[in-house]
Design a protein around this ligand. Structure first.
Ligand SMILES: Nc1ncnc2c1ncn2[C@@H]1O[C@H](COP(=O)(O)OP(=O)(O)OP(=O)(O)O)[C@@H](O)[C@H]1O
Ligand SMILES: [Mg+2]
Length: 573
C-alpha cells in the first residue's frame, strides 16, 4: 500500500513540472531572459532541443510512475475484493435458513458480487485521488503565489465557484446515473424472468404481453439514458464556460503585468498552463463526497452480512458423534414457530427406534416439512428437545449431525454437473462402483447408461434435461451413496404419476431397510413400508399407531384413507 501511494504522489508532484519547459522556451529561446543554471550557456537551438526532450521525458516518467502506482494500488484493492468475496460467500453459505428465508437470493447475490467492490472503490477512487488532487492544488497554488499573489487570487476566484458548481452538479448527475442503473437492471430482470419461465409464457401465449412489458422497461431505460446525456453535456458546457472565464481573467491580469515588465512572457504561458490544470483536481475533490458515500453504503451492506451470525452454529462444547449413529430419534415436547410467527409445531413428542420407519401424514401446512427440517437442525425448536441416540442435537457438531442424515425431497435438487458428481454429492470420495451400485439400487442405472455419455452426462441447470422420475431416482441414488443411518423423505414421490410412484416405492423401501426413516407423504400408498404412522394436524400430533390401529381409532387418518382408496378400508399390502 505504502510504496504504491508514494509512487502515486511522486507522479503527481512531477506532473506539476509539466508547464515549465514551455515557459523556458518562451522566455529563453524566443525571449532574451537567460535560462537558469547550466542551461544558460547553451545556444538557443540546443536549448530548444533539450526542452523538447524534457517535455517527452517528463511525460515518460510521469506516465511510468502513474502506471506502476495505479497497478500496485488497484491490484492491492482487487486482491482485497477477492478475499472479501470469498469470506462473504463462505459466511453466507453458513447462515441459517432463518436468514435466507427473510433475505432474497438477489440481494445476497448483489452483496457478494458487487457490494464487495465498495471498500476497494473507497481506497482507489476516493482516498488516493483526493490526496493526489489536494497535492496538485497545493502545488499549483504555491507556484502561482511565488509568481504573483493577485493573480493567484484571480485564479482562486474562478476555482471556488467552479468547485461549488461541480459539487452542485454532482448530486443530480449521480442521481441520474443511479436511476439509469436501476432502469437497466429492470430491463435485465424482465429478460431473465421471461426466459426462465419461457415454457409458461409460450404455453399461455403471452409473448405479446411480455413484449409490451419489456418495451415499457426498455423505454424507461432509454428515457433515463437521454436525460443523463442532456445533463452531462449541459454541465460540461457550463463548466467549460466558467473555465474560459477563469482563463481569460488570468490571461488578462498576467499579460497586463507582463506588459508592465513585472512578469515574463514565459510566466504568462506557465500560469495559463496551471489554470488549465486546475480543473481535474477540482472535479476530483468536488465528487469525493459522493464517492465516499457510495463506498460507505456498499461497505455497510457488506458488513451487515458479515455481522449476521448464524443462529444455528456449533455450541462451544459441541461434540462430534462417533462414526455412525444407531439412529434412535426422540422428540420431547417440541414447539416451534418461524421467526415471530404463530407456533407451527405444538408440543410434539415422538420416538423412532433405530432402523424403524415413521410415516408423517397430515394436511397441507400441518407442519410436516418443518418437523423434518428440525431433525437436520435447519432451525432449532422454540421449546423442547430433539435427541439423536440420546444426545440433544444442539450438543452435536452440525457437521457430524448432518453426516448422519440423508434427505430426499419432493423437488430433487440437482446441480449443473455430471450425473456421477450429482450422485456422489453427499460423499464426493465415493468410488465408481459405489456410485453405480447406488444407481442400480435406485433404478437409475438403466436410463443413465442409455444416455450417450452415461454417468459423465452433464445435466442442465436444476436437472432440466431429465424427467421428474429420473431426477427423483438420482436423488434416491444420492441417498444410497451417502449411506447415512437416518433418512428423511419429504414427499419423495408426490410429483410422480401413479405407475412411476409404484416403481419408486419399492426402491424407497430398499433404501429404508436398516435405516431410521421419517417419511412424509400425502399418498398413503407411498408409506406402506412404514412401521408406524403419526398424524399431524395444525402442528399438533393427534395420533400415532400402526395403519390398522389408526384406521380403527383416528378419524383424521380414516378420512385421509377413505379419500384415497374409497370407503373400503382394505388390508395393508
Ligand atoms: N420458512 C418459513 N417461514 C415462515 N413460515 C413458514 C416457513 N415454512 C413454512 N412455514 C409455515 O409453517 C406452516 C407449516 O409448513 P410446512 O411446510 O411444515 O407444512 P407441510 O405439512 O409440510 O405442508 P405440505 O404438505 O403442503 O408440504 C405453514 O403454515 C407454512 O406457511
Ligand atoms: Mg411439506
Amino acid at each position: 500500500m505504502l510504496p504504491g501511494a508514494l509512487l502515486f504522489l511522486a507522479a503527481t508532484a512531477l506532473g506539476l513540472l509539466q508547464p515549465w519547459p514551455l515557459k523556458l522556451v518562451v522566455d529563453s529561446v524566443l525571449g532574451p531572459i537567460p535560462a537558469p543554471g547550466p542551461l544558460a550557456s547553451q545556444p538557443p537551438v540546443t536549448l530548444l532541443a533539450i526542452l523538447c526532450f524534457a517535455i517527452v521525458l517528463l511525460q515518460l516518467v510521469v506516465g511510468a510512475l502513474t502506471t506502476l502506482s495505479t497497478n500496485l494500488l488497484v491490484g492491492l484493492g482487487l486482491r482485497l475484493v477477492f478475499k472479501l468475496r470469498c469470506i462473504l460467500f463462505e459466511h453466507v453459505q453458513k447462515l441459517s435458513l432463518a436468514f435466507h428465508d427473510t433475505t432474497s437470493v438477489g440481494d445476497s447475490l448483489y452483496r457478494v458480487t458487487w457490494d464487495s467492490y465498495a471498500p476497494q472503490a473507497l481506497v482507489n477512487s476516493a482516498i488516493i485521488p483526493a490526496l493526489s488532487a489536494s497535492l496538485t492544488l497545493a502545488g499549483i497554488g504555491a507556484v502561482m503565489l511565488t509568481r504573483d499573489w493577485a493573480l493567484t487570487m484571480a485564479a482562486a476566484a474562478v476555482a471556488v465557484p467552479l468547485f461549488l458548481l461541480i459539487r452542485r452538479l454532482d448530486r443530480p448527475l449521480t442521481a441520474h446515473s443511479l436511476e439509469l442503473r436501476a432502469r437497466e437492471s429492470d430491463v435485465s430482470t424482465r429478460v431473465q424472468e421471461t426466459l426462465s419461465s419461457i415454457r409458461a409464457v409460450q404455453a399461455f401465449g403471452r409473448e405479446a404481453y411480455e413484449h409490451a412489458r419489456f418495451q415499457h422497461q426498455a423505454r424507461q431505460s432509454l428515457r433515463a439514458s437521454l436525460r443523463l446525456t442532456v445533463l452531462q453535456t449541459a454541465s460540461q458546457a457550463v463548466v467549460g464556460l466558467l473555465m474560459a472565464v477563469g482563463t481569460a481573467a488570468v490571461v488578462w491580469i498576467a499579460t497586463r503585468r507582463a506588459l508592465d515588465g513585472r512578469l515574463t512572457a514565459g510566466d504568462v504561458v506557465l500560469l495559463v498552463g496551471y489554470v488549465v490544470m486546475l480543473y481535474k483536481p477540482l472535479e476530483t475533490l468536488a465528487s469525493i463526497a459522493v464517492a465516499v458515500q457510495g463506498g460507505m453504503a456498499g461497505s455497510r451492506r457488506v458488513f451487515a452480512v458479515l455481522d449476521a451470525t448464524p443462529d444455528i452454529a456449533d455450541a462451544p462444547d459441541a461434540v462430534a458423534l462417533p462414526r455412525r449413529a444407531a439412529g434412535q430419534i426422540v422428540l420431547e415436547r417440541v414447539w416451534f414457530a418461524y421467526r415471530g410467527g404463530e407456533p407451527v409445531l405444538r408440543d410434539v413428542s415422538l420416538a423412532i427406534r433405530p432402523g424403524q420407519a415413521l410415516a408423517l401424514v397430515g394436511g397441507s401446512g400441518a407442519g410436516k416439512s418443518t418437523l423434518a427440517s428440525l431433525l437436520l437442525r435447519f432451525y432449532d425448536p422454540t421449546a423442547g428437545r430433539i435427541l439423536l441416540d440420546g444426545q440433544d442435537v444442539r450438543r452435536l457438531t452440525l457437521r457430524s449431525l448432518r453426516e448422519q442424515v440423508a434427505v430426499v425431497l419432493q423437488e430433487p435438487v440437482l446441480f449443473a454437473a455430471s450425473i456421477r458428481e450429482n450422485i456422489a454429492y453427499g460423499r464426493p470420495e465415493a468410488s465408481r462402483e459405489e456410485i453405480e451400485a447406488a444407481a442400480r439400487a435406485a433404478g437409475a442405472h438403466e436410463f443413465v447408461t442409455a444416455l450417450p455419455q452415461g454417468y459423465d452426462t452433464r445435466i442442465g441447470e436444476r436437472g432440466a434435461t431429465l424427467s421428474g422420475g429420473q431426477r427423483q431416482r438420482l436423488a434416491i441414488a444420492r441417498a444410497f451413496v451417502k449411506d447415512a443411518p437416518v433418512l428423511v423423505l419429504d414427499e419423495p414421490t408426490s410429483a410422480l404419476d401413479a405407475e412411476t410412484e409404484r416403481a419408486l416405492v419399492d426402491v424407497l423401501e430398499r433404501l429404508m431397510k436398516h435405516r431410521t426413516t421419517m417419511i412424509i407423504a400425502h399418498r398413503l400408498s407411498t408409506i406402506r413400508g412404514a412401521d408406524r404412522i403419526a398424524v399431524l394436524s395444525d402442528g399438533a400430533l393427534v395420533e400415532t399407531g400402526t395403519h390398522a390401529e389408526l384406521l380403527a381409532r383416528s378419524a383424521t387418518y380414516a378420512r385421509l384413507y377413505s379419500l384415497q382408496f374409497g370407503m373400503t378400508p382394505a388390508r395393508r399390502s
